[in-house]
Every structure is written in C-alpha cells, then in structure tokens.
Design a protein around this ligand. Structure first.
Ligand code: NDP
Length: 253
C-alpha cells in the first residue's frame, strides 16, 4: 500500500542530490511531487521522467531562491501545476531542502557571501513556509533539511552552519504555531552525504569523510530520503518540533 497516495509534495532543490532522492521516494509512496530547481532545468526534467517511468506523478517548478520575488514565482508555478493535476492548490508535504554551502575560512567570509547563504538557506524557507500556510491542510507536514553542522563544529562552514541553526529555530517555533492546525514541523540533520560532487570520486577523501560516521561510510541521498518519507507519513503524526539526526552516528564523537 502506497502511504502517500492522494498527497501532494513540494521538494525544493530536488533536481539533484538529497532533494532528488526525496522526490523519488515521496513519488514512490504515491505523492504527486513538484520537483523544484533553480537553473538546472534538464536535471529536474530527468527527475520527473524517472518518476513517471516508475508510474508516479510529478512536475517541474523552476525558481531561483534568495532573490526578490522568489517565493511568489515558486508558488505561481506550484499552484498552477497542482490546479492542473488535482483541481485545487492543496499542498500536503513541504520539504525545504534547497541549500548552498560555504566552504570558506571564517577570516574570508564577506558580507555578500553571508547574505547569500542566509537568503537561500534561511530567509527563503521562512517565507516559503509563510506562503504555504494557505495551502497546507490539517495533517500537513513541513520537513526542513538542517545539518549535523548545527551540532558538530567545522570552522570552514561557520556561516552555513548559522543558517542551519536558523532552520532549526524555524522548525521549533512553527511547530508550536501550527500544532493546533494538525501540521507537524521537523528538521532532519544529514551528515556528509554523497551528492555526486567530484570530491566523492576521490577515494582518500571519501575514506576520511566515512571515518566520521560510526558506520564508516558516507551517507547516500536515500538514507536521508527514507527519514523524510517516514516524517511525511501518518506513522510520524506524534513527532513535531524535533531535530532528527540522520548523520550515521557522526554526532556520537
Ligand atoms: P546539492 O548541491 O546536490 O543540490 C542543491 C539543490 O538545491 C539543487 O537542486 C539546486 O538546484 C538547488 N538550489 C541551490 N541553490 C538554489 C537557489 N538559490 N535557488 C533555488 N534552488 C537552489 O545539495 P545537497 O543534496 O548536497 O544538499 C541538500 C540539502 O541538504 C541542503 O540544504 C544542504 O545544506 C543539506 N545538507 C547536505 C549535506 C551533504 O553532505 N550533501 C550535509 C548536511 C546537510 P539546481 O540544480 O537548479 O542548481
């Protein structure tokens, strides 16, 4: 039995990496999925094609986040896509996944870099949630992709980690605000996860990264997608305001 049949989902940043795996998994469970991208339209089209090949339903929404008018543009396309396929604009599952990393020493962070990280990783998710309040029904789900770096120090990612700390605050306070409406809000914190970037092709680098996990491997996107699918379903109805560590035991030290 598909657990999400009749549900609709938006997964931001699902043209590749973790978001792609989340979109595929939610679609496998029966949800109609809006696959979101910024510039990488071909990759998003490929995700939709893969979902459809497997008998699922999906469509692309393309909007750069972190720029003026971003959320308006996103929801224009989202609501049009939902209306065409369902006759309405109800959004059951919102996954705030799109994000950019820093990789800059604390001494090198400029105000422009800092603002950009905040605009994409923290400000956009806040205003996406705010806008989605019109669309989310009782039983709705908001799942925010945080990071193990909110608990595990890495000075090269200080500004990025601050944005993810903001995501956890978004989770906490909206969970209280939306509880009376029957909507759950949770964060998922991945550890190092193979998102297909070139560093994952370097065996020595992978070995070092794997050693951070008690399972001695790096995470795969589906490791995170499975956790998100759990939170999206009815089995997770009693979980809200939580940070779920999905780092393969990285935080165990
Ligand atoms: P990727 O870099 O593989 O993919 C990023 C996705 O976000 C793409 O779909 C991209 O779209 C989209 N995106 C990026 N910037 C923007 C923007 N300005 N506007 C709209 N969309 C944008 O990411 P990951 O899979 O690695 O990460 C996914 C999430 O997980 C992020 O929030 C990240 O911080 C978090 N995370 C990742 C970890 C990891 O090790 N990979 C560890 C911990 C947390 P497009 O393809 O069009 O560019």
């Amino acid at each position: 039995m598909e657990r999400l049949t009749g549900k609709t989902a938006l997964v931001t940043g699902s043209s590749r990496g973790i978001g792609r795996a989340i979109a595929l998994r939610l679609a496998q469970e029966g949800a109609l999925v809006a696959v979101h991208c910024s510039a990488n339209r071909d990759a998003a089209d490929e995700v939709v094609a893969t979902i459809e090949k497997d008998g699922g339903r999906a469509f692309v929404v393309q909007a750069e986040l972190g720029v003026p008018g971003d959320v308006h543009e996103l929801f224009l396309q989202l609501e049009e896509g939902l209306r065409e396929r369902t006759g309405g604009t109800e959004l059951t599952i919102l996954v705030n996944n799109a994000g950019v990393m820093g990789g800059v020493a604390p001494e090198e962070v400029t105000p422009e870099t800092f603002d950009r990280l905040y605009a994409v990783n923290a400000k956009a998710p806040f205003f996406i949630v705010q806008r989605a309040l019109k669309n989310l029904p009782s039983g709705g789900r908001i799942i925010n992709i945080s990071s193990g770096l909110t608990r595990f120090a890495n000075p090269q990612e200080i500004a990025y980690a601050m944005t993810k700390g903001a995501i956890d605050q978004l989770t906490l306070h909206f969970a209280k605000h939306l509880g009376p409406r029957g909507i759950t809000v949770n964060s998922v914190g991945p550890g190092i996860t193979n998102n297909g970037t070139p560093v994952f092709d370097i065996p020595e680098a992978v070995e070092q990264m794997a050693a951070l996990s008690v399972f001695n491997r790096v995470g795969e996107p589906r490791d995170i997608a499975d956790v998100v699918a759990f939170l999206a379903g009815d089995d997770a109805r009693w979980i809200t305001g939580s940070y779920l560590d999905a780092s393969g035991g990285t935080l165990l030290g």
